[in-house]
Ligand binder design. Structure first.
Ligand code: IMP
Ligand code: MG
Length: 186
């Protein structure tokens, strides 16, 4: 684990290390770049707060003109289960009508959060909506019609932390993705 020593005692297992994250983000950047035309201008929408590190690293691997925007939604509170009630805490600022929107998420679990966000943004008539997620827990999906266009890693149904992902706002600054020890939230 090297750095991030302060959190070692809370981590059951590292499932994706720093090098693997970096490598995969390079590939995703290439895939995303190739999926648009050269002169397309993209609004990258970071879903706060979990996707901040992913957005920052991914944006630098995309070879297109992008604009950054941010939206803060909450479906969790201090728990490890999605409540199903999605609240918009901060809306995005850009007008997306007629523009390409790329939503950047940390993880798709049940899919409820993203479904809500996509449905809402669709009503603003963007030219296209694509979704990129760093992590995907397909076993947990409730909303079948919702799949990411680009997906970093499929992971098993375990509660993970690090590289932006939190438990009760902690662990976001871990440089890898790890499984949180159950005793930490039971
Ligand atoms: P969903 O609505 O169930 O798909 O939940 C999506 C949101 O829940 C993500 O954007 C994360 O903020 C959070 N989340 C889901 N699974 C995990 C996890 O394993 N660790 C940390 N956060 C998670
Ligand atoms: Mg989140």
């Amino acid at each position: 684990m090297g750095k991030n020593k302060v959190f070692e005692k809370d981590v059951e297992e590292v499932i994706i290390n720093e090098k693997e994250i970096k490598q995969r983000i390079k590939e995703l950047g290439r895939e995303i770049t190739e999926s648009y035309n050269n002169d397309d201008d993209i609004v990258m929408l970071c879903i706060l707060r979990g996707a901040v590190l992913f957005m920052a690293d991914l944006a630098r691997e995309i070879d297109l003109p992008v604009v950054f925007d941010f939206m803060d939604v909450s479906s969790y509170g201090a728990s490890t289960e999605s409540s199903g009630v999605v609240r918009i805490i901060k809306d995005m600022e850009e007008n997306i009508e007629g523009r390409h929107l790329l939503i950047v998420e940390d993880i798709i679990d049940t899919g409820r959060t993203l479904k809500h966000v996509v449905d809402m943004l669709q009503t603003r008539n963007p030219k296209s909506i694509k979704v990129v997620t760093l992590l995907d827990k397909p076993e947990r999906r409730e909303t079948k019609e919702l799949e990411a266009d680009f997906n970093g890693f499929e992971i098993p149904d375990k509660f993970v932390i690090g590289y932006g992902l939190d438990y009760a706002e902690k662990y976001r600054n871990l440089s890898y993705i790890g499984v949180l020890k159950e005793e930490k939230y039971c």
